[in-house]
Design a protein around this ligand. Sequence first.
Ligand code: DGL
Length: 264
Amino acid sequence: MNGKVLVFDSGMGGLTVARELRALAPSLTVDYAADSGFFPYGDKSDEALRDRLPRVAAALCAQVQPDVFVIACNTASTLALDVVRKGLKIPVVGTVPAIKPAAKLTRTGTIGLLATPGTVRRAYTAQLIEDFAQDVRVIMHGSVDLVRMAEQIAAGDPVALEAFRAAQAPLFEAEGGEAIDTVVLACTHFPLIRGELAATVPRPVTFIDSGEAIARQTLRVLPENAAPTGSSGRLWLTNAPGQNQRLVEVGRRFGFAHVNALQI
Ligand code: DGL
């Protein structure tokens, strides 16, 4: 499969989507961009993100010239997929919480949703629940701590397991939380800490995320005539690489050897 895909997130979470894409289509060129100059997105206002996202997307796409732009971020997609799409001439794939498959999977009729505070309060998320999980109880918890812990773990920095237990506990301690059997990882950072979350969950649950579905959708919309690029994927940052040693290190672990900075 030929062509170039640009996978985008606030930080390292979208690397979980880039990984799925590479596994499905090894011959594709996958570039990765992190809006490191504005990380994290989860605690930013809706106005600030809706203003920034189309500008960052346009600047990155002008520079990278991808065939498809993938917003590998629930926080951004549930708020600004429409405005980003409007500003670009190429297919744009968004990432939204895997509520539909979770609602099909649950046996107890109660699912949990772990996300950023932004994704938890979105009208888009409420609509997904309305459309696909009407007969299911959905308990949500937003955490910026988990995003930061995922970045630490991905970089190989130690984080005490107790911190994971504490960060996800409110989901299970909420009213009705004892019935949760399926947890939607509705932030692309969280598959990076799936093992830590599973090890500290109060009782066994199934964790699901959107990574593979996003990768498949990306290949579906990739133009058939996309040309081979002959280049390996690059890592793009929106502030100086020197300010992001951890991100550069994680990028290297995921196979991104070339790092470029783009001033937004
Ligand atoms: N990875 C992003 C998501 O899927 C959010 C991380 C952040 O708060 O920046 O929601």
